[in-house]
Design a protein around this ligand. Structure first.
Ligand code: AGP
Length: 364
């Protein structure tokens, strides 16, 4: 690449390490501490229009789609607008119903992913209102959208997305706050979210300090031929992204499942040979998640837990700082980036240029 790797051995590690800064840049100038709202001038929507949407549909590919799943949960939780995410590639091929009171949001780091661009074009043709959450200024998707937010995360060089994923999730928290505060989110809850957002850069710094510990764990677990990633609700998109990172750069097979779905099939796979990475935030689902860990352990499954505490059922734990429950998925993703990175290094992979993949897929 023609960008400076800043003395890091790989762009990927540089981009993971930059996140305190890139998240701060995504937030800069967008939080109003007086009214506990988000300033998002680029949306090009007045208050009446902002209040009018009855549904939010988020589209993107790969990691962009997984960050959109975090986004959908943030919008539902904070703004109480039904929201969901779908792969842009699927969306464009299934002749979706385009509704005037749905807000469409397209996500892309590069702004050039062909499936996402084609989905946006199809939406526009049918009168859909489309916002973009994009990193690359002036890119094709950014130009096609009615408005949106730029991530301001700086160029992402490594094929595996890290800082763009995090900044997209942060952008969704801002968008959710914006939509919520012109509906029924209280000033007190608005303030809680604003304060939580402001804490993120420092907390990411704390997580990066766990690097040596995570490296040891990655070297231990990367020997397994396959890994299971599980999470419930807020933890599920985190599990999916964690599995995606591992597959992409280490070529270790990984599957992500909602923790609650294990007993409906994949529990049959669990053995000492198939370790599980469990995303277990301290939220209202903690007890349910700990029960699932017990079920895995009863089948001799080894468990690496990522959460806010340690648990007896887990063989290993990575404990990250707690933020507001709604924002925790953003932080829980970061140890999984480091885990995949160190697994890939341990296995001697080409970390920044994994086989068979391109940084942006600009063809069909
Ligand atoms: C991320 O690690 C992947 N390389 C991939 O899933 C990527 O997120 C996807 O291709 C979308 O790219 P975009 O954000 O540039 O549209």
């Amino acid at each position: 690449g023609h960008y400076d790797n800043g003395g890091y051995e790989h762009y990927l590690l540089k981009e993971i390490s930059e996140q305190p800064d890139t998240v701060a840049r995504t937030l800069r100038g967008r939080i109003d501490d007086r009214f506990h709202i988000a300033h998002l001038g680029g949306l090009n929507m007045d208050a009446r229009e902002t209040r009018s949407f009855r549904r939010v549909k988020i589209i993107g590919c790969g990691s962009a789609y997984y960050s959109g799943q975090i986004g959908a949960q943030l919008i539902e939780e904070l703004a109480r607008i039904p929201a969901d995410a779908e792969p842009a590639s699927e969306f464009r091929y299934r002749n979706p119903v385009v509704e005037p009171d749905t807000l469409y949001v397209a996500i892309s780091q590069s702004g050039e992913t062909y499936d996402t661009l084609a989905a946006v074009q199809e939406l526009k043709r049918k009168g859909g209102r489309v916002l973009g959450i994009v990193n690359t200024v002036g890119s094709a998707i950014a130009r096609e959208c009615d408005g949106g937010l730029y991530l301001h995360a700086g160029p992402e060089v490594s094929v595996a997305s890290t800082k763009a994923f995090t900044s997209t999730a942060v952008s969704f928290a801002l968008l959710a706050l914006h939509l919520a505060r012109v509906r029924d989110l209280s000033p007190a809850d608005g303030r809680r979210i604003c304060e939580g957002l402001r804490k993120l850069p420092e907390q990411i710094e704390q997580i990066l300090k766990l690097d040596e510990h995570i490296k040891t764990l990655a070297e231990k677990y990367a020997q397994a031929p396959s890994m299971m990633f599980v999470g419930r609700v807020r933890g599920y998109p985190v599990a999916r992204e964690g599995a995606q990172k591992l597959k992409e750069i280490s070529y270790v097979h990984a599957e992500a499942y909602p923790a609650s779905e294990l007993k409906h099939g994949p529990l049959a796979l669990i053995s000492h040979e198939l370790p599980t990475v469990a995303i277990v935030p301290d939220d209202e689902l903690l007890d349910k998640n700990l029960t699932t860990l017990g079920e895995i352990r009863a089948r001799s499954g080894r468990i690496l837990m990522i959460g806010h505490r340690t648990a007896d059922a887990a063989d290993d734990c990575v404990v990250v700082p707690k933020n507001e429950t709604e924002l925790d998925p953003i932080l829980l993703t970061i140890p999984l980036q480091l885990f995949a990175y160190h697994a890939a290094v341990a296995l001697g992979r080409d970390v920044d240029r994994p086989r068979n993949l391109a940084k942006s897929v600009t063809v069909e």
